[in-house]
Design a protein around this ligand. Structure first.
Ligand SMILES: Cc1ncc(C[n+]2csc(CCOP(=O)(O)OP(=O)(O)O)c2C)c(N)n1
Ligand SMILES: [Mg+2]
Length: 604
């Protein structure tokens, strides 16, 4: 990392995006204002993009980004809603493992962004959020508007679901605050951070240039590898086990870490469970993989946990709840090894830390580094090989039918995409893991994290941004409720030439909650047929393809019959291959598979 002022960069913006929205050059341009220091620090941190919705509270920074830095490194990505701006940064981090920036207007903009921040927090994804406040010095406030857009402790709005926040009072403090924020966001366990920039600090003239610093010394690598003694204990337990089970949870998108996980499982002869809350962690068609990944614990995983004598959890989301799923009053007999750093983030407000799991050996370290250490420490002569049968290919799509289901949507989509590399950037609640195999860490990047509906479109755009030019097609499958809550993220993708395919599983309902109303009605012996009221989006049905077209995307559908899918998918994929954004409205019949419905309404 260079000394300030910054010269070299390593994370270049995509060249096609970099050519867009070029400002008229502002001429010779020494840093002259507080916000110039902020902008330069973002550049020094090698942040390629800043997704934003504008606001007067950060007009100083906005000017610095455009006229001091020339809207490059970082480059602005205009978003139509703050929730989308944060979600885009979240999706970008899910692919790259690194934070980009998002900027939101004083209090009201931040308020719009809160759900997306919560999603990123629960997903343990880094996002560098910049906000602003009207002048902290009341004498400097413009009448009315600066007063309503100034709050005493804006960070309090999101402090319970960010790793750190700051409100620096000078350019020097802002530089330090940004460095600390960046460092904390990207250090494991990762998470969103917030730096609130006082409007007066931004707009004030710099009395003198800040002394240059060597940035790299302020954002040091944090070693998060395991203690060799604990690794040795784990190796002892795992090699002695007859039926070891690995629960592969929050791990990185790194291919060598993926390969090490496969080696570990094969050497131990361990079964491996994965889930769709987080990104792909193990090849789902590997003979050792337990069952199609699901968001909720399924029967096969329960059986594998019952059969296991040692369970190695690689930062599995909700280990306690998962272990409890074997049945009320039944304890899992297996010894538990938990590998996690997540405890460092737990606070008293958010219960997203889940229940406290019973643990026999705790490894407070990064799961990827721990797997590599375990592989290295395994006695090679005891290496076992997988003996189970290879899991078959997902079933073939049926050719016709008027009762189009999410399964038809998924199987035809996979067939239409053929052998190309695809990243599933989002899946609908109705998704079944058996429809689609994951064979690479980027085949699937996990869910929204916080269960905040409306995250899917923005996360997909951010992931597609990170994948642009990689040869992988970004494909997001969203529920109609999810899509409708934040479909204006499509405009940002179109505008910045970010290729993306969105397929909407359109059951014209917030159907998840129909399942819950059905449950209530059955429990109370009341009419189940009323479950759709307050849930269904009909009369009029919403034309999603038209909503896509209105934003410059290619809109397809509504697709009403199974036999229409191949031709429409082919057109949509061709549009994305040509660099466009395509949205396919697939009208699916309402309904979830029985195991999903059962798991969703499962009692404690
Ligand atoms: C912001 C937010 N609002 C409400 C909910 C409650 N909720 C959970 S799932 C769901 C329905 C989502 O609808 P859709 O995306 O169409 O998926 P479907 O259930 O129809 O498969 C709702 C409203 C939520 N999780 N998040
Ligand atoms: Mg729906």
């Amino acid at each position: 990392m260079a000394k300030t002022p910054h010269a070299a960069r390593t994370t270049a913006a995509n060249p096609e995006i970099a050519a867009l929205e070029r400002p008229t050059p502002a001429g010779t341009n020494a840093p002259g204002f507080g916000s110039d220091v902020v902008a330069e620090t973002l550049r020094d941190l090698d942040i390629p993009y800043i997704a934003l919705n504008p606001g007067a509270s950060y007009r100083g920074l906005h000017d610095s980004l455009v006229n001091h830095l020339g809207n490059s490194a970082p480059q602005m990505l205009l978003c139509l809603h703050e929730e989308a701006a944060i979600a885009i940064a979240h999706g970008y981090a899910k692919v790259t493992g690194r934070a980009m920036a998002a900027a939101v207007h004083s209090n009201v903009g931040l308020m719009h962004g809160t759900m997306a921040i919560f999603n990123a927090w629960c997903d343990r994804m880094p996002v560098m959020i910049l906000g602003a406040t009207g002048p902290v010095d009341a004498v400097k406030r413009r009448p009315w508007i600066d007063w309503i857009h100034t709050a005493r402790d804006q960070g309090a709005l999101i402090r319970n679901y960010t790793k750190w926040d700051d409100q620096p009072a000078s350019p020097g403090a802002a530089r330090e605050g940004l460095l600390r924020a960046w460092w904390l966001a990207n250090a494991a366990p990762q998470g969103p951070v917030y730096v609130n920039l006082d409007a007066e600090m931004q707009e004030a003239k710099l009395p003198e240039p800040l002394p240059p610093i060597d940035i790299a010394r302020f954002i040091p690598q944090v070693a998060a590898g395991p203690d060799p003694h604990v690794v040795a204990q784990a190796v002892k337990m795992l090699t002695a086990a007859k039926h070891p089970l690995i629960l592969a949870g929050r791990v990185s998108r790194d291919l060598s870490a993926w390969n090490a996980r496969v080696t570990l499982a094969e050497d131990l002869g361990a079964r491996v469970g994965t889930n769709t809350k987080v990104g792909a962690a193990f090849p789902t068609d590997h003979p050792l993989h337990v069952s199609p990944p699901a968001a909720f614990v399924n029967d096969e995983l329960v059986a594998a946990m019952k059969a296991a004598d040692v369970i190695l959890s690689l930062d599995w989301v909700d280990l306690a709840g998962t272990l409890k799923s074997v049945g009320a009053g039944t304890a899992v007999a297996a010894k538990i090894i938990q590998v996690s750093l997540d405890q460092n983030l737990h606070n008293g407000w958010s219960m997203d830390h889940q229940g406290l799991p019973p643990v026999d050996l705790f490894i407070a370290a990064d799961p990827d580094l721990t797997v590599k250490a375990l592989v290295d420490a395994l006695p090679k002569e005891t290496a076992k090989k997988a003996t189970l049968a290879v899991v078959g290919a997902p079933k073939k799509a049926r050719k016709s039918g008027d009762d189009l289901a999410v399964e038809d949507l998924a199987l035809h989509l996979r067939e239409a995409l053929g052998d190309r590399d695809v990243t599933l950037t989002h899946i609908s609640l109705s998704w079944h893991g058996g429809w689609w195999h994951f064979r690479h860490p980027l085949d699937y990047i996990g869910s929204d994290g916080g269960g905040g509906v409306g995250g899917g479109p923005g996360i997909s755009v951010g992931a597609a941004l990170a994948l642009k030019g990689s040869g992988r097609m970004a494909v997001g499958v969203c529920g109609d409720g999810d899509f409708l809550m934040s479909c204006t993220a499509m405009w940002t993708a179109v505008h910045y030439r970010i290729p993306l395919l969105i397929v909407v599983a359109n059951n014209r309902s917030f159907y998840n909650d129909e399942v819950h109303q059905e449950r209530m009605a059955v429990q109370r012996n009341r009419p189940v047929e009323n479950k759709w009221i307050g849930q269904r989006m009909g009369d009029p049905e919403i034309d999603l393809a038209q909503m896509a077209r209105a934003q410059g995307a290619h809109g397809f559908g509504p697709v009403m019959k199974v036999e229409e899918l191949p031709a429409i998918y082919a057109k949509a994929i061709a549009a994305v291959d040509a660099g466009g954004v395509a949205v396919v409205d697939v009208r699916v019949k309402p309904g979830y598979g029985p195991s999903v419905a059962r798991a969703m309404t499962r009692q404690a």
